[in-house]
Each structure stands twice: as structure tokens, then as C-alpha cells.
Design a protein around this ligand. Structure first.
Ligand code: FAD
Length: 466
């Protein structure tokens, strides 16, 4: 960084947030970094010092926290550094999981200036999952939730194409389908009803998306025949994503077109001023709209605004196996809580546990994973000689009312919430985020969300629970 240092100018003063409680402003003559000399288009700066830019005409200064990592396109670096009086950003998103990243992407696409803040790094929470299954509800009896999820999954390839085009990065999306073993006559009847339902609900004639009952020969060797004595339910809407690649592409887009602040933890929102207070002082962010998308950690942040806790976290574990190479990408196998998700021809992920109580949120516990791994091996012969290559744990956000929550928490201060997707977030995050950004921009035509996802429905649920 030594090549991009210059002397601070007389009269420079903080315009990014408020001086109160901030670290001392660098004094005249102190050596600081300047934007002018940051030559790369997408600078990443580990800030251990205060960054400041010499203004062309007026006085400008940026304050960023110690050890905070800032990544942004040059336009937003300028915005970060120049700041301004009053509103610094149109939108500040708290949390860089798949939900926060999609909110940031849609807001940027809508022309808003966006900063995304993550206390660690993007996708260091549940979005770092190694599983990545994108699975619809079976279309037997349709509901608002099933319609929302179907539409989200059906449009995802278009969204993915646009993201990959924008970033030049692969997301690992593949519509590989899903199979589920049928063991009882009751479940077979259920499956047949879903086949009929899919014709209408998934518009098979127009989309080619369908549910079918098949025998196991269509996926010979991938599922044990004995595990599926009455055949399998197959659908061709289900897909898999490589979460790490997907969130890397989203992060790259946000870094290029917005401002990314990693290593900054939001502790509180001053509802009087709309300022976000962070642990890693001295960063205060001011935004016109604030979106809380911090996964399960959204709930304590929202509680400070509402005085109510609307959800919590459920720990889950998953594992990745190297297996003998398959001739083509096989479908996801799902069976009553066990997921087998192909990552490639010779690799698949297996999951998962659901642990309401846990001491250590991110350390895998092999004893707890043993049950789903054993069941997965019974279902899927290639896993039996597989080699465990990764074991992962994280905490999923789940609302007490079960459904995701999306909407405005505080209309006066423009504070919004988007979280609680639990096990289906990867398939719906783009659509939840789309709706949130439509709310922020006060769009006339909005994406329909199930009534049960609204803040009002969650508050009502909380009131009923007492
Ligand atoms: C084992 C397991 C397997 C899963 N498999 C699937 C699957 O196959 N398909 C699927 O759709 N879903 C799956 N999920 C669920 C999915 O991973 C989550 O629902 C989803 O990632 C949640 O995304 P999010 O953006 O809401 O939260 P997160 O990904 O948790 O992101 C929250 C972010 O906010 C940051 N943060 C938290 N607090 C603060 C703060 N105060 N200030 C600043 N930043 C903060 C965190 O560092 C984190 O990066 C799985 C989850 C687990 C645990």
C-alpha cells in the first residue's frame, strides 16, 4: 500500500457517519491511502489504517474500521470514501449469506447504491453449506407456498444465467432431478396424485416439468432396489447448486457494483437515526433502507426493534464423499430427511441433522452424523465405498412460525427483514429478495409472496403464542 499514500489535506473531515465515538481523525500530515492510487478496478483493501481521499474540490474523508475488509467497484469505493452528509447509501444489507447477497444484487440492479456488511465473510454462515439441494414440494394439493416455491425454482435458471453472464463465474447449477423411494401403497397413491397434480400446477405441457412414478431401472445402480420396492417418484424440476460457487458469483457481483464490508459486525440499529452501530468501531453506516438478512442472527437484531423474538437457529451437519465415477450426473435422492446430492460424476454431498440444541454451532460431530450417513449408504450403493472428504456444520435460520419472514419491521426507519428460509432458502432467496427490493423501491407491480411470509403474519403468530 505504500505506493498509494499521500498527505492528508487541511480541512478534511468525516462525512461517512458521525464523528461521535469514532476513532481519532487523522491529523494533518498523517500518511494515508488514497483512491487515486488504487489502480485495480476491483480493489480489496484490508484496512488497518484510516483511508482518505484527497478531494478534487471539497473536503472528504472515509472512516473504516480496523481490520475491516472493503471490496468494491471503483464507483462505490468513491462513494464509500466520499460519503456525504445524511444518507450514505440507499440500502445497507446486514448479512452476506445467499439472502443478503440476492437483496444486494436486486437493489443494485434497481439502480440503488448498496453496502453489504458481514461480520465475518460472505457465506460464512449457513450459506456455506456443502449440500445445495433445490427441491420443490410435491404438487399434490397446491398452496400459496408451493406456488411461490415452484415459481422460484422454475425461474432460477434464468436468474442463474444472468448472474453467470454478469460475473463470468460458474454457479454449479444443474437441473439433475430428484428421486424418492416408494415403500408403501399409501405413498404410491400419494405419488400418483402428485403426477396428476404436476400436469396442471407445473404446466407440464408448456414447461416439460413433471412428476412421474418410475421403477428403479431408470437410475440403475444409483439407488438400491431393495430400498424402493414400489418404485421411485421422479421429478425433473429439482436441481443442485454448488453453494460455494453460487455465493462466490453473487459476492463478486456485489463487490463489483456495490460496497462490501467484511469483518464488520452490526450490533445494533439506532432506530432514532437509522444508524448501524458496529463492534468494529469506528464504522457507522447510514442508509435510507436497512435490510436485516443475517440468517439466524437476524432474530436478536430484530428483537431489539420489535421486543419480540420471531425465530432462532437449528444446527445442521452434512458431509461430502468421493465416490466411484458415475456415467452421468445422477439425480438427488431424498428420503425422509436424508439428502444425497450429486456434486459431480465422482462426488456427492450427504445430509443432514437438525439439532435444536447445540453448544458449538459450526463444529461437526461425527457421532450425530452417523445416522444419516448410514441411511444414505443403505439407499445409494456408490456411497458404500465412498471416501469422506469433508464434514461441515452450520446453523439454519428458522422462524418460530416455520415460514420465512420478509417485509418491513419499522416503516418509519425503513428497516426490513428477510430470513428464515430454513431448508429451502437456496431455491427461493432470489425471489424473496426480489420482493423486498420491490417494497423498497415502492414498485407498483410486486412479486406475490405467501401471506404467511409477511411480517404481519409472523407478529400475529407471536401474539397468539403469547
Ligand atoms: C447442514 C445444512 C444443509 C443445508 N442444505 C440446504 C440445501 O440443500 N438447500 C437449501 O436450500 N438450504 C439448505 N440449507 C439451509 C441454508 O443453508 C440456509 O437456510 C441459508 O443458507 C440461510 O441463508 P441466509 O442468507 O438467510 O443466512 P446465512 O447464510 O447464515 O448468512 C448470514 C450472514 O450474516 C452474517 N451476520 C450475522 N450476524 C451479523 C451481524 N450482526 N452483522 C453483520 N453480519 C452478520 C453472517 O456472518 C453470515 O454470513 C442447509 C443448512 C444446513 C445447516
Amino acid at each position: 500500500m505504500s505506493g498509494c499514500l499521500q498527505k492528508i489535506q487541511s480541512g478534511a473531515e468525516p462525512q461517512f457517519g458521525n464523528c461521535e465515538g469514532l476513532a481519532p481523525i487523522p491529523s494533518r500530515g498523517q500518511t494515508i491511502a488514497t483512491q487515486k492510487n488504487l489502480t485495480r478496478f476491483r480493489p480489496t483493501i484490508d484496512i488497518g489504517k484510516i483511508c482518505i481521499r484527497k478531494p478534487r474540490r471539497k473536503r472528504h474523508i472515509a472512516i473504516a474500521p480496523l481490520h475491516c475488509r472493503v471490496t468494491c467497484g471503483i464507483k462505490n469505493l468513491f462513494l464509500l470514501i466520499v460519503g456525504g452528509h445524511g444518507v450514505a447509501y440507499d440500502v445497507v444489507v446486514v448479512g452476506g449469506g445467499v439472502v443478503g447477497l440476492w437483496v444486494a444484487r436486486h437493489a443494485i440492479k434497481a439502480g440503488m447504491s448498496v453496502a453489504l456488511v458481514d461480520k465475518v465473510t460472505c457465506s460464512s454462515g449457513a450459506s456455506g453449506t456443502v449440500l445445495g439441494a433445490l427441491l420443490p414440494h410435491l404438487p399434490r394439493v397446491m398452496s400459496a407456498k408451493k406456488i411461490f416455491q415452484f415459481e422460484a425454482l422454475a425461474e432460477l435458471p434464468t436468474q442463474i444465467d444472468a448472474l453467470e453472464d454478469d460475473t463470468g463465474l460458474d454457479t454449479g447449477y444443474a437441473r439433475c432431478g430428484r428421486i424418492m423411494p416408494i415403500r408403501t401403497q399409501r405413498y404410491l397413491d400419494h405419488a400418483k396424485a402428485a403426477c396428476i397434480g404436476s400436469n396442471v400446477a407445473w404446466n407440464t405441457a408448456g414447461t416439460n416439468l413433471a412428476v412421474e412414478v418410475r421403477d428403479t431401472s431408470s437410475v440403475e445402480g444409483w439407488i438400491d432396489e431393495a430400498a424402493a420396492p414400489l418404485g421411485i417418484i421422479h421429478d425433473n424440476l429439482s436441481a443442485r447448486i454448488i453453494a460455494e460457487k453460487y455465493t462466490t458469483a453473487l459476492r463478486a457481483f456485489v463487490a463489483d457494483h456495490g460496497t462490501l464490508l467484511e469483518g464488520v459486525e452490526v450490533m445494533d440499529i439506532d432506530t432514532g437515526t437509522g444508524r448501524l452501530n458496529t463492534t468494529t468501531k469506528p464504522l457507522d453506516l447510514i442508509a435510507h433502507d436497512i435490510v436485516l438478512a443475517a440468517g439466524h442472527e437476524t432474530f436478536p437484531l430484530a428483537e431489539r426493534i420489535l421486543g419480540l423474538k420471531l425465530g432462532g437457529g437449528v444446527k445442521g451437519q452434512a458431509a461430502v464423499f468421493e465416490i466411484e465415477p458415475q456415467s452421468a450426473l445422477p439425480p438427488v435422492i431424498y428420503d425422509n430427511g436424508v439428502y444425497i446430492v450429486p456434486h459431480g460424476l465422482n462426488r456427492c454431498a450427504v445430509g443432514s441433522t437438525s439439532e435444536d440444541e447445540f453448544d458449538d454451532p459450526t463444529t461437526p460431530d461425527p457421532a450425530k452424523s452417523e445416522a444419516f450417513i448410514t441411511r444414505a449408504k443403505i439407499l445409494c450403493p456408490p456411497l458404500r465405498n465412498g471416501r469422506l472428504i469433508a464434514h461441515w456444520a452450520g446453523v439454519r435460520p428458522r422462524c418460530t412460525a416455520k415460514d420465512p419472514i420478509i417485509g418491513c419491521l419499522d416503516p418509519t426507519r425503513h428497516i426490513h427483514i428477510a430470513t428464515g428460509g430454513y431448508k429451502i432458502t437456496f431455491g427461493i432467496a432470489h425471489r424473496l429478495a426480489q420482493r423486498l427490493v420491490e417494497n423498497i423501491s415502492q414498485a407498483e407491480d410486486v412479486t406475490v409472496i405467501p401471506e404467511t411470509y409477511s411480517v404481519e403474519a409472523h407478529l400475529e403468530n407471536a401474539a397468539q403464542r403469547g
